[in-house]
Design a protein around this ligand. Structure first.
Ligand code: SAM
Length: 222
């Protein structure tokens, strides 16, 4: 099945070879299946918390998997927060399609469960639904640096795709220093949406949201 533009953008970020790729909160597992097809890692792990989805995915993968396939796969029905990362493996963790606050909690838990010396082997690709500012603040606080970021539009919604690692020397910014392209009209539209949203949010908590609004208003797409 053809990947959506959001999942295709994530797929296009994955060039380096990995030992393990985790398709977390995978739902239908479409992204992981595309990665499996092109053998993007020695092992692809699919994780979601809903048993019926995971049963169905396991069935599909078993039906279509080739015994001689270049890469292994595993379907895990569990809370992503409880994942224990395997030692001595270069691992990519993908979390997409969940809210930014939940996504941050999941990354925090995975990092906390992971021995310090293993962290330099990890990289992440995150693509939240909303709350990217809070997510970026939290990822910064964990010490993650930026590898690559891109804005994607799908079904009249905007998504930020961000790739990170503990070994990157590029600071992750809260509003996305490398995200913006002033030649793209959709970037202007997304920025307008963010400014309108955080202007409305001033009624809820002026001290916090004024700060967020100021940061977005500093972005110039002229
Ligand atoms: C909208 S789907 C995203 C599917 C896919 N990643 C994408 O971006 O298209 C969100 C999935 O996250 C799963 N999910 C939410 N919280 C989770 C958690 N704590 N652990 C594992 N899966 C979770 C849900 O069961 C659901 O299938």
């Amino acid at each position: 099945m053809k990947l959506s533009s959001r999942l295709s953008a994530i797929d296009s970020f994955i060039c380096a070879p990995y030992d393990v790729i985790w398709d977390c909160c995978c739902d239908h597992g479409l992204l992981g299946m595309a990665l499996l097809k092109r053998a993007a890692a020695k092992q692809i792990n699919f994780v979601d918390i809903v048993p019926t989805l995971m049963d169905e995915l396991e069935h599909t993968l078993t039906r279509f998997s080739d015994q001689q396939a270049a890469c292994q796969w595993q379907v895990l029905c569990q809370d992503v927060a409880t994942i224990e990362l395997q030692p001595s493996a270069k691992q990519l963790i993908i979390i997409a399609g969940v809210g930014g606050e939940l996504l941050l909690r999941l990354v925090q838990k995975m990092v906390a469960n992971c021995p310090e010396k293993l962290r330099e082997q990890l990289s992440f690709i995150v693509c939240p639904v909303h709350h990217t500012y809070t997510l970026r603040q939290g990822l910064q606080a964990l010490g993650l640096g930026l590898i690559k970021e891109q804005l994607v539009q799908e079904n009249n919604r905007f998504y930020e795709v961000v790739q990170l690692s503990f070994t990157s020397n590029t600071a992750l910014s809260v509003t996305g220093n490398q995200l913006w392209d002033n030649a793209e009209q959709m970037h202007e539209l997304y920025l307008q949406q963010l400014v309108a949203h955080y202007t409305r949010m001033l009624n809820r908590d002026r001290t916090y949201f004024q700060h967020v609004l100021d940061d977005y208003q500093k972005i110039s797409l002229d």
